[in-house]
Design a protein around this ligand. Sequence first.
Ligand SMILES: Cc1cc2nc3c(=O)[nH]c(=O)nc-3n(C[C@H](O)[C@H](O)[C@H](O)COP(=O)(O)O)c2cc1C
Length: 148
Amino acid sequence: MAALIVCASVHHGNTRQIAWVMAQALDAHLCDPADVDPSEAAKYDLIGLGSGIYFWRHHASIVRFAQNMPVRGDQRFFIFSTRGGFPHWLGHRALKKTLRKKGAHVVGEFSCKGHDTYGPFKLLGGLNRGHPDADDLERARRFAEELP
Ligand SMILES: Cc1cc2nc3c(=O)[nH]c(=O)nc-3n(C[C@H](O)[C@H](O)[C@H](O)COP(=O)(O)O)c2cc1C
C-alpha cells in the first residue's frame, strides 16, 4: 500500500510533529503542499491531508491541494489537524466538504491541541503550551496504525 501525507504547518510546526509520527506508522511519503503536484495523488492508495486550523479551517494550501488532486473510488483519505481551542469538527468542515464534493472516501479524522500564540494569547505565553505532547503523539501513532 502506498501512502502520502501532505501537511502544512506554518505557526509552530505543531502539525508537522503529528504528520511525522503518522508517516512513520504508515511508511508514508510526507511532504509540504508546495513540494508536490496534486496530480501525484493518483499514485497513492491512502492520502492524509492536514495542517493547523487557521480561522476555522485548514491552511489554504491544503484545501487547494484537495481541490486540484484527482480522486479514485478505491482510494482512502484521512484528515488531521492541530488547533488552539475550537472543536475539531468546526475546523475540519471546509476540507471535508471539499473532499465529499469530489467523492473522496474519508476513513478517519484526527485532531489534537497545538501551542497557539496567535493574537492576545501571546502575552500569556500562548494556549496549550507543550502540545502536541507525548500523549498526543502516541494517539496520532495509534490513529494511523488503526486506520481502516
Ligand atoms: C492566524 C492563526 C489563526 C488561528 N485560528 C484558529 C482557529 O480558528 N481555531 C483554532 O482552534 N485554532 C486556531 N489557531 C491556532 C492553531 O490552529 C494552532 O496553534 C495550531 O497548532 C497551529 O499549527 P501549526 O504549528 O502546525 O501551524 C490559529 C493560529 C493562527 C496563527
